[in-house]
Design a protein around this ligand. Sequence first.
Ligand SMILES: Cc1cc2nc3c(=O)[nH]c(=O)nc-3n(C[C@H](O)[C@H](O)[C@H](O)COP(=O)(O)OP(=O)(O)OC[C@H]3O[C@@H](n4cnc5c(N)ncnc54)[C@H](O)[C@@H]3O)c2cc1C
Length: 438
Amino acid sequence: MTRRYIVVGNGPAGVSAAETIRRHDGAGVVTIVGDEKVPFYSRPGLAYLLTGTIPEKMLFSRPETEYARQRLQREVGAVQAIDRGGHRVTLQGGRTLPYDRLLLAVGARALRPRIPGIELEGVVSLDNLEDARRILRLARRARRACVVGGGITAVELAEGLAAQHLETHYLMRKDRYWGGVLEPAESALIEDRLTGERIRLHRQTDLAAVVGRRGRVAAVETQSGERLPCDLLAVAIGTAPRVELARQAGLATGRGILTDAEFRTEDPDIFAAGDVAEVFDPATGEHVLDSLWSVAIEQGRAAGQNLAGAAQPYRRQAPFNVTRIGGVTTTLIGAVGSGGRDDDLVALARGDSQAWRQRLDAFAVVSDEGANRVRLHLGREHVVGAMVMGDQTLSRPLQQMIRDRVDIRPVRERLLRDPAHMAQVVLSLANPEAHGAR
Ligand SMILES: Cc1cc2nc3c(=O)[nH]c(=O)nc-3n(C[C@H](O)[C@H](O)[C@H](O)COP(=O)(O)OP(=O)(O)OC[C@H]3O[C@@H](n4cnc5c(N)ncnc54)[C@H](O)[C@@H]3O)c2cc1C
């Protein structure tokens, strides 16, 4: 019997799942349904589009013809309902498509604060290419912008708007940037860079309302009653997985769509992966949520195998992100949270992982050379998390060490006692032959 697969979502989880299904089932009919007209593109790349670092065409790594080459059918449209009993989905407009196996890879959307004026023209967030185009269009007519929120996207928005020559104000609720993940010295490093890019930082400043004139943003008002005139307000306070389809179909959801370790929901023919999925991790016994490009691809591949019948449990790797924050190249791997509070976020941000905030039994050691900084979290036998800012020499070796759970017992004492020699020790562990004995 020819199996019919439907993948909802044309992002990294959906596309990598569809390609994996094709590799495992050459005869199956694989259809990707996505509500964006454009073919697959890089969502993290949107930040570089805003700063003008890359042209739009560089976001697209695959031509539209790639779907046909792999015999993947593409449908442009939004899925509006799932009929579990009848094994079919309904598209906007009423057309239905039958499935034997269904994957929901519909991602997450940006949250908006519930304050007066938030619906005004000129309030923006950054979920997709359409949003980035809108921001660039609005920026052409605007002079002054305010940004609220935390994590990577808030800073990307601030830098993008400043690069578009807007006078840019970044409002932080408390004293420092991204307190849940960064230590104070790291927040200070990023804040200095933002100030250097002429972004004005407002600490202890909480948004109370957006003030409009003729339906458009004219100012923001803070909790202390201050009014900051602006034509644009960019919001990045966190994301919410798009669980509505699953909820309407009666599937179990928490923050995301709940799945087992093989990405199966409680319906054996419906799976979920990527930003929308809250996946069971047998190692911790918990369901976990990530918003990371590399994790979405990994999950899509593993889910694709399971849809095609491989019964492949997902082996969760330490999540990582290599990105630029305030112009500082930064790698975050594994349990790297600083223990601080995320005052500017109400939920998981983009390019963020719940695993970064895990409280593990570990000691933090830091090698700090001004703009270059490495923070390691040492468990008893393994490095459980790492943050590399600036010089990235240790980024790859640490990703490898954490992924392969390299035994650090022979060097642990030395790392704790003498963090200045961290680079030498890490490189010798990652590549013992090239760097001599431990
Ligand atoms: C501005 C920005 C910066 C980021 N920076 C980083 C970073 O530095 N590092 C990093 O690792 N990650 C980053 N991310 C996060 C990363 O892009 C996501 O984790 C990843 O795209 C998730 O993949 P996904 O396939 O699960 O969902 P998505 O990529 O969100 O794709 C889901 C697709 O499904 C579509 N869809 C939704 N509902 C329906 C429906 N009902 N019918 C049909 N289609 C539907 C959506 O329109 C979308 O096209 C960033 C994201 C953004 C937006």
